[in-house]
Write a protein that binds this ligand. Structure first.
Ligand SMILES: [Zn+2]
Length: 61
């Protein structure tokens, strides 16, 4: 079953970014996701299946 992921969700990943942050914001959903690092603003595109495996926690406001 796919993980419920929505726009603007804050994802805490298992591995931290070189800037020290583990939190990423969801900017685009689909087969490929675009996420932005909450620490340094770096953006990456990542396939959903790959992203799902990296998620430790999802925060929704
Ligand atoms: Zn970063």
């Amino acid at each position: 079953m796919p993980v419920d992921l929505r726009l603007n969700d804050i994802l805490e990943l298992k591995k931290q970014h070189p800037c020290g942050s583990k939190k990423w914001k969801v900017l685009r959903v689909g087969a490929d996701f675009r996420i932005q690092c909450e620490g340094c603003g770096h953006r990456v595109m990542i396939p959903r299946v790959k992203l799902e495996k990296k998620i430790k926690k999802i925060t929704r406001e």
